[in-house]
Design a binder for this molecule. Structure first.
Ligand SMILES: NC(=O)c1ccc[n+]([C@@H]2O[C@H](COP(=O)([O-])OP(=O)(O)OC[C@H]3O[C@@H](n4cnc5c(N)ncnc54)[C@H](O)[C@@H]3O)[C@@H](O)[C@H]2O)c1
Length: 352
């Protein structure tokens, strides 16, 4: 662990802490926004790290994670995810950033607490496991009831309002994250949109906070209710999964019928309502988000929190990754007239 500041971090004391007074002065924002606030980001994964680094150009940012290895990496200006752009950014940008495992200590003076912890989908119960997010909300409120909490983890519809009622606070917003793994830095500096769920001045302030950290300030911003923001995130991922599945099926059909898949897909996409983007067939869809955010094997009610009556919308998604892989291999083997043993390595699927 370095004892003096290196680009991307400030100096770290022998006990692993970084006193706020030891931080380098926050650089003046290129956008003129000079908030200089205390921001805590909980979770040092894809979402948390990306949010932390873009905000740490203008604000004092503390990242909290339960994983000591990630905390150490961040305090040594090492990216916690394998993305070269993020590491280059940490190497070259003057950031006011430190990491710790101590959430109560970090949030004590926080104006904003962003939560980016995992919310895995449990197919057995048909629910997202929001335990870590709720734990972080509860711990934050216990220490600092005036910190504005911004949930960036993907949560089921109704979660934010349930938390506000349960903990009797208006200070929780849901602002969905739309970044893609592999593009986390660019998608954070140049997001497609910022959706702030809350319809309040605080939601506007949260949108301002995130937009002010972007490269350009003309980011589309939409303020909605919290439930609408939660639904937008889930339904956007459902659409993306459907689109991937659709082009995969076109590809499968093309192979089985001896058609040229690429030109077929290009011709379909020339219709401006469809477009020639996000149409690259693969073995299925993968990554962390699409499978879990679209696991709608029963009904979409599965992702809606404590829905007492089943929702009529039933979406059957096609993600036959294994079948498609076997089909491709059989096709290749058959085409070359070989028999015997084949090996495959380095396969991947479309992600979001
Ligand atoms: N990965 C994506 O592309 C993406 C995009 C949009 C939204 N999301 C959503 O954002 C959330 C986080 O995703 P991610 O990809 O960053 O996850 P991740 O697994 O990369 O990172 C999560 C981090 O949270 C830490 N953590 C777990 N429990 C904690 C706790 N109680 N306190 C502090 N830290 C804790 C973990 O150690 C880990 O470092 C999920 O809800 C996900 O669905 C992810």
């Amino acid at each position: 662990m370095p004892s003096i500041a290196s680009p991307g971090v400030c100096s770290v004391a022998p006990d692993g802490t970084v006193p706020f007074g030891a931080r380098p002065a926050a650089p003046q924002s290129p956008t003129g926004y000079d908030g200089g606030m205390n921001v805590v980001v909980v979770g040092a994964g894809y979402v948390g790290l990306a949010n932390a680094v873009i905000l740490a150009r203008q604000h004092e940012v503390t990242v909290v994670d339960i994983d000591q290895t990630k905390v150490d990496r961040m305090n040594a200006a090492q990216s916690t995810v394998a993305e070269a752009e993020l590491q280059a950014y940490l190497d070259t940008t003057n950031l006011n950033l430190r990491a710790t495992r101590n959430l109560p200590d970090a949030v004590r003076t926080a104006h904003w607490t962003l939560i980016a912890t995992p919310t895995d989908y449990n197919p057995a119960t048909n629910y997202f496991d929001t335990t870590t997010v709720e734990q972080c909300i509860a711990q934050t409120l216990t220490t600092n009831g005036s910190s504005m909490i911004v949930v960036r983890s993907t949560v089921p519809v109704g979660f934010t309002n349930t938390m506000k009622e349960k903990y009797d606070t208006p200070n929780i917003l849901f602002v969905p994250e739309f970044l893609r793994e592999g593009h986390t830095l660019n998608d954070s500096l140049d997001p497609s949109r910022v959706i702030a769920g809350g319809n309040t001045d605080q939601a506007q302030a949260a949108a301002d906070l995130l937009v002010s950290a972007c490269e350009e300030q003309d980011v589309p911003v939409l303020l909605t209710g919290a439930r609408e923001a939660e639904a937008i995130k889930l339904f956007a991922n459902s659409y993306l999964a459907l689109r991937v599945a659709y082009f995969n099926e076109i590809d499968t059909y093309a192979i089985s019928e001896g058609l040229d898949a690429r030109s077929s897909i290009e011709g379909i996409g020339l219709d401006p309502r469809i477009g020639n983007h996000y149409n690259n067939p693969s073995f299925g869809y993968g990554g962390y988000c699409l499978p879990k955010d679209t696991d709608l094997s029963d009904t979409i009610a599965g992702i809606c929190l404590q829905q007492s009556t089943p929702h009529p919308l039933n979406v059957s998604l096609l993600n036959h990754a294994g079948d498609r892989l076997c089909q491709h291999i059989r096709h290749q083997v058959g085409a070359k007239g070989h028999d015997g043993r084949w090996a495959a390595w380095g396969s991947s699927a479309n992600e979001s």
